[in-house]
Design a protein around this ligand. Structure first.
Ligand SMILES: [Mg+2]
Length: 133
């Protein structure tokens, strides 16, 4: 990963490169709960997700699958991603379950809710919650 490091400050990605954190269940495949791990082997990827994620990877972006699956399900997950040809850099397990995420960070964070179509991003004006200035 190419990072710009300035002394005493956390390194940042090169201009134009994104750190994609991508959910798995319900986003790139069917929504499979941790309680039904056998389905994690047989579920099929959403074709538009596979194509789009792999294009982002080929374009030089960082791809991290960030999932609520637990560590004991990580190898099943990696095997499934590899079997279906996903290109990625990492898999992070242990995302809190239950949705309604609100991420607070000193770095820029954008969030996109998956609603059934996995495409390139478009720009759209929306209202968001932020800290007071
Ligand atoms: Mg999900």
């Amino acid at each position: 990963m190419e990072l710009d490091y300035i002394e005493h400050i956390s390194p940042i990605l090169k201009d134009g490169v994104k750190n994609y954190l991508i959910d798995i269940d319900g986003t790139i495949t069917d929504d499979v709960p941790n309680e039904e791990p056998e389905r994690m082997v047989t579920c099929e990827p959403y074709p538009d997700a596979l194509e789009t994620v792999n294009r982002w990877y080929d374009d030089g972006h960082q791809i991290c699958f960030f999932t609520s699956r637990t560590e004991n399900l990580k190898q099943i997950t990696i095997d499934w991603l590899d079997k279906h040809g996903f290109k990625y850099h990492s898999v992070l397990c242990g995302k809190p379950r239950g949705g309604n995420y609100h991420w607070i960070d000193n770095h820029l964070v954008k969030a996109t809710r998956y609603k059934g179509k996995f495409t390139d991003m478009i720009e759209k004006q929306v209202t968001i919650e932020v800290f007071e200035d």
